[in-house]
Design a protein. Structure first.
Length: 149
């Protein structure tokens, strides 16, 4: 879960801007998000972090994730009736959640799509951020269905 040199610099600079400092725990949490990129929940980050830092607490993980969100290094992802997930992809994108496996995938949102979503807002409305989520079947699942038929 080693951070690349550039990622570590980005982490340090972002934390400093927020008046926070880099810690072993924050570095590990950011490293987990940058490495796996499968939108883990705080509990999942905690379980992975414990393998490397056995003394880390769930509270420290929650706190670290909160700080990384405040720094703009990661984003929260919400699905109905589900725990918050975390995503390090800062480009405009939508999320697709597979209802069978619960896995979450990034769907790149082209500039045109993003512009369209802004344009359809009523006059006088402006969005600072847009979150778009799909829920359905992922490729792995539909492949399985084909094999059964
Ligand atoms: Zn994402």
């Amino acid at each position: 879960m080693k951070l690349l040199h550039s990622e570590k610099s980005r982490l340090r600079a972002a934390l400093r801007k927020e008046g926070s400092r880099i810690t072993k725990q924050r570095e590990l949490i950011f490293g987990i998000l940058m490495t796996d990129r499968n939108h883990p929940t705080a509990e999942e980050v905690y379980h992975r972090a414990k393998k490397e830092l056995s003394g880390i607490s769930l509270a420290t993980v929650y706190n670290g994730l909160e700080i990384l969100v405040a720094c703009g290094l990661i984003k929260q992802v919400h699905f109905e009736r589900a725990s918050t997930r975390y995503c390090p992809n800062l480009k405009e994108h939508a999320h697709f959640q597979c209802e069978q496996t619960g896995e979450v995938f990034d769907v790149p949102l082209g500039r045109d799509a993003f512009q369209y979503l802004q344009e359809i807002l009523p006059e006088g409305f402006s969005a600072n951020s847009i979150s778009l989520s799909y829920i359905g079947k992922s490729k792995a699942e539909s492949k399985g269905l084909q094999q059964n038929s």
